[in-house]
Design a protein. Sequence first.
Length: 235
Amino acid sequence: MSGTRGAWIGFPFAAWVLYRSYGEMISRRVLWLGVFMCAGVIALMVMTQATGVQQRVEAGVSDVTKYVEDRNACTSAGARLEMWRGAVLMIAEQPWLGRGETGYTEARDAMIEQGELSRHVQEYSHPHNEFLDAWVKRGILGLLALLALYLVPLRLFYRRLDCDDLTLRSLAVAGVLLPLTFLDFGMTWVMFSQASGVMIYAYWLAIVWGTLRAHERRLEAAPPAACDKAQAKYG
């Protein structure tokens, strides 16, 4: 909704999580009606000039085309592609321990002076990709630690998507969507480079997980409650 094209990639994955969790509760007729309505709304947004969606899509295609043909890094997408290329080259030279914040800046400036990178990327302190940033600055252990921050909570919440208790299931859905969408956002931005990204992820993760566990304990205290699957797994 913000117009961030990188986040649009995550929409189908979020839709799949919702279908995976609630699809059995919706009739085929209602499901297909919902699919056609969503497709219609998206098509309307693309065709309506005032939304800016069409312009954003066309700009993205143009940016990538210019970079592929002329390595033009003056555009939003072109600059990201150039920074990713530079980060990959740095990782290939020093994959295990990483370069650190200062080392990354020095290596970037050196590559610019040697003509290996465009000068348009010099103002950026990270490569606009969470995973490349962790790898190039903190090495393979830093990358694995970042993946654990996302994948461990994702697995813990995912295991509870089949619970019969709808309150518990809804909390599991929220818990799955949080790391899943952050994984998507991190493809075109370093979410943990700013305090806002760290706080949003950490606080919401704590809130949703704490609420989910509290609800599980209430269910465990009342065995006849609806969530027999959750009791069998976690009780």
